[in-house]
Design a protein around this ligand. Structure first.
Ligand code: H79
Length: 432
């Protein structure tokens, strides 16, 4: 009996120890990085790969039912003659973005960096022979832009990848599926990414939704990443609840907590930093017929609606096969940057508003200021139901003029001379 009790205690103790071993506690550098990330508000996503040559988005291989042995021939023709990392990062910087998230390897399995673990990479398989990631990493470093790396869990080319719901046309030899081999391949590549390109701001995973019930061994993979670069943030676009070891939460084509695009069902908003990714036109990868660009105003509104929820916008560009940003995308990035140049104070470094987002717009907080972002209002006054905050003064960030207001037990009401019609009419309320 006594022995059994001792055994029971030993088991309970080891269960506690074991769960402690698995639980993730971010390092101080990681927490600092999270804060810096959450303050930065705008990042640029780049989808670029050998698929860009087909001008039909990054899913072209499966959408056009192409076998891997045929698709992989694209590599021998990939020569993006106008690629210039310096120019890319200059354009990104001109948008006011603070980071770049680059597709180091998408679902097609092609590595856009030099890898010792597969020849199917930009240096060994293309006539271009340049490690574009190395060039981008150097420029990011020079121009003070953080580098995040998209990395796909899916691989539509490798035989050892256990096939999921997509890429079934690829013609892989199913008898060669071998998770252990594929898992160590990914971890080896992640080591390369984390050891050969300086400081990495984040690893951005995508693809787990392809086999949602599969054991992807994420916790061990995350621990591997954090063991090399503890400050590196990890995020996973699995469309599910946050998992142990993740440092920020992703929402695809939606504001946090919304599910208009159908990817975020049941995805509750976590307490981690948040990021919402969105395309400028319809597709992520270059699409030669896709001119369906969102207006600069709509992009700014989407950014500001994120800001009101304390979230970042990761805004996508799909450069062409020549290595250049589509002109329309570059123009819009510059327009967004001009706007942020003027009004960035009310955006960068803010946290979510004290009142929830409204049809008319959002609020955001920073130090002793409350920024009211009015995106759409049909009246010349606005009531803010804020009770435990005292307003000292209110100024328009558009023209610097004082805004009339009254404060009573129901909150603060702002009065305007005319109905605000700007892209975003911003009022700074000094509070105490
Ligand atoms: O990289 C970009 C896209 O290529 C990738 N994520 C962004 C950032 C992406 N594309 N689609 N998705 C992620 C989600 C796709 C879900 C679906 Fe399905 C694929 C819907 C139908 C096919 C999952 C798999 C649900 C059914 C099968």
């Amino acid at each position: 009996m006594k022995k059994n009790v001792i055994l029971l205690f030993t088991l309970m103790f080891s269960a506690i120890m074991f769960s402690e071993n698995l639980s993730y506690s971010p390092t101080p550098e990681n927490l600092e990085r999270r804060k810096e990330f959450a303050d930065s508000k705008l990042g640029i996503f780049i989808h670029w790969g050998i698929y860009s040559m087909m001008g039909d988005g990054e899913w072209v291989m499966t959408n056009q039912n192409i076998k891997h042995k045929n698709y992989s021939k694209l590599a021998a023709g990939f020569y993006p003659s106008n690629f210039d990392a310096k120019e890319w990062i200059e354009i990104i910087k001109s948008s006011g973005a603070k980071y770049l998230c680059f597709t180091s390897r998408h679902h097609d399995g092609f590595s856009m960096f030099h890898s010792d673990y597969t020849d199917y990479n930009i240096v060994d398989a293309t006539p271009f022979k340049r490690d574009v990631l190395k060039e981008l990493a150097e420029e990011c470093h020079n121009q003070n832009i953080k580098l995040h790396l998209y990395y796909s869990h899916i691989d539509w080319g490798r035989d050892d990848f256990p096939v999921g719901s997509t890429g079934q046309q690829s013609g892989r030899d199913k008898s060669k599926e071998n998770w252990e081999s594929y898992y160590s391949f990914m971890n080896n590549q992640l080591s390369e990414l984390l050891k050969n390109y300086g400081e990495i701001g984040a690893i951005w995973f995508d693809g787990v939704w392809d086999k949602p019930d599969f054991e992807w061994q994420l916790e061990e993979q995350y621990a591997h990443i954090h063991s090399i670069q503890p400050q590196c943030l990890i995020a996973n676009n699995h469309h599910k609840e946050i998992r142990e070891g993740e440092d920020f939460q992703i929402f695809e084509r939606d504001l946090p907590g919304q599910n208009t695009a159908g990817y975020s069902e049941g995805q509750k908003v976590s307490k981690l930093p948040l990021e919402s990714c969105q395309t400028m036109n319809r597709t992520w990868g270059y699409n030669i017929v896709d001119d369906d660009y969102k207006s600069t105003k709509d992009i700014i509104h989407f950014l500001i609606r994120n800001v009101g929820m304390g979230a970042n916008l990761l805004l996508n560009v799909g450069p062409g096969p020549d290595g250049e940003f589509p002109e329309e995308a570059a123009t819009k990035l510059k327009e967004i940057g001009k706007w942020l140049d003027k009004y960035g104070d009310s955006v960068y470094g803010t946290t979510a508003g004290v009142i929830p987002p409204q049809d008319w717009g959002v609020t955001a907080m920073k130090n002793n200021a409350m920024y009211v972002h009015i995106l759409s209002l049909n009246e010349n006054s606005l009531s803010l139901p804020i009770k435990d905050i005292k307003a000292i003064n209110a100024t328009s960030l558009i023209n610097g003029e004082n805004i009339k207001f009254k404060q009573d037990k129901n909150g603060i009401t702002l009065f305007f001379n005319e109905i605000p019609t700007n892209i975003d009419y911003i009022v700074k309320i000094e509070v105490k």
